[in-house]
Design a protein around this ligand. Structure first.
Ligand code: ZN
Length: 453
């Protein structure tokens, strides 16, 4: 499932330039692997003679690579937070934000027009300053570990598009934020939280239509894999569920990466299951059914609205904390640096410093919520595949194993890292669960699909 904190950030809080949090998906979702890179033991067919593995197993070289890659991601995650804060402090201290606000005032007295000038300038400055970090993180590192298939021009194309999206959403969010901060200096945290609900909902709703297609092509899976979709539909019907085939898409992830994945996004009429084409190429049909089983679990169990509601509850607390921190900061440091108060656009860098810190501090809670739903989706995948795939446990173990190998998932994350930034349970835990969860063998009812027995 897509990470919601990110959307919450993106929409309510203007998006940090550090794209790291976005990719803090160090847990890896539920997906597949590639034949080329995969070492020998890709026993896709279940061999009754030798029991399937029950732990995440890598060759020594692959294991060393996975550990080195994961460590780099962890370091960059923490470093990215510091870099963002440093950039905002610089834009504040060097009075660059102040200058942008002056220019905006010269153009118009209307607040919205001022936002229209100020926010894109500010976003462009922050994003440019962050470019070296961004480039290292999402281009150099990915190529060094052989995960990226993306050329330079395509990478810069994506970078430019992201900049445009952040600037456009930023104008709206900043306009709402500063309107509320001006009208209600004491209660803006509450009103802004209320405003964040429709803003984030709108973003989740339109994202699959308006943003995802800017980066990738989506084809109904039915067109390329009719047999697979038929089996998925049979699996869902078997479980008394219905997800229209038109809502299941293939995405051309191979245009940018070798990594494998799948996800669920959108709400209501935009809700969809998306499988990366890399996953389709690297997994056998049974493994794919387990991947799809996991993703449809997010869909069938309403994880998107549930996670949204929980994340909003967390956000309310953090908005209140942000209120005290921002007010204090602006009152103390504002006057000597030309900031006229919390309602002044020039306060944006200080608001973002606080926001970045709060987002960082809320990560363990938000990611803990995510891990719970991801585990539940794993369980759902096994239950829904039972009776359709000959051995759901073996297929799920294999699917996760492929996912780990292809995405260089950390074989042994330390507990602090898991607690702070894992959106999914560590792969080894997922594989152990996949190997051992079989209520059907013990005569117990299925927990998530009880009517099936
Ligand atoms: Zn998931």
């Amino acid at each position: 499932m897509k990470h919601f904190a990110l959307m919450l950030l993106g929409v309510c809080w203007l998006v940090m330039p550090a794209g790291v949090v976005a990719n803090g998906q160090t847990g890896s979702s539920l997906a597949p692997a590639s034949q080329a890179a995969r070492p020998a033991p890709s026993t896709s067919q279940v061999q009754p003679a030798s029991p399937p593995p029950t732990t995440y197993t890598l060759t020594p070289e692959r294991r060393a690579q996975a550990i080195a890659y994961s460590r780099s991601l962890y370091i960059l995650y923490f470093l990215g937070t510091l870099v963002s804060i440093g950039i905002y402090l610089f834009l504040w201290r060097a009075r660059i934000a102040l200058r942008f606000r002056e220019w905006a005032r010269q153009v118009s007295r209307r607040h919205f027009v001022q936002c229209l000038i100020f926010v894109p300038l500010f976003v462009a400055a922050a994003t440019l300053l962050n470019l070296p970090f961004d480039f290292y993180y999402s281009y150099i590192l990915e190529h060094r570990f052989g995960l990226s298939t993306q050329g330079l021009s395509s990478w810069f194309g994506d970078w430019g598009k992201s900049l445009g999206i952040v600037a456009a959403t930023g104008v709206i969010v900043a306009w709402v934020f500063y309107t509320l901060a001006r009208r209600s200096p004491r209660r803006w945290w509450l009103y802004f939280w209320l405003a964040s609900i429709p803003l984030v909902l709108a973003f989740i709703l339109i994202e699959p239509y308006a943003i995802e297609p800017l980066f990738y092509k989506f084809t109904p899976l039915e067109k390329t894999q009719p047999a697979l979709v038929e089996r998925i539909e049979a699996m869902l019907t078997h479980a008394g569920l219905s997800i229209p085939p038109a809502r299941i898409f293939e995405m051309d992830a191979s245009s940018r990466t070798k990594a494998v994945d799948a996800y669920v996004s959108g709400l209501g009429s935009s809700k969809r299951v998306v499988v990366w084409d890399t996953t389709l190429k690297t997994m056998g049909p049974d493994e794919l059914l387990l991947v799809l089983g996991h993703e449809t679990g997010h869909y069938a169990l309403y994880h998107i609205p549930k996670e949204f509601a929980l994340d909003e509850a967390v956000a309310l607390l953090f908005f209140l904390l942000g209120f005290f921190a921002v007010n204090r900061l602006v009152e103390r440091a504002g006057p000597r640096t030309g900031i006229e108060g919390i309602g002044d656009l020039a306060s944006l860098p200080l608001v973002l410093v606080v926001l970045t810190l709060l987002v960082f501090l809320s990560a363990p809670i938000v990611n803990g919520i995510s891990r719970y739903f991801e585990h539940q989706a794993d369980q759902f995948g096994l239950e829904v595949a039972y009776g359709v795939v000959p051995d759901p446990n073996a297929a799920e173990v294999q699917a996760l194993q492929i996912l780990g190998e292809e995405d260089l998932a950390d074989p042994d994350p330390n507990p602090f890292i898991k607690f702070w930034l894992y959106t999914h349970p560590p792969l080894d835990d997922r594989i152990r669960f996949a190997a051992t969860y079989k209520p059907w063998a013990e005569g117990k009812p299925l927990e998530l699909l009880p009517h099936r027995q």
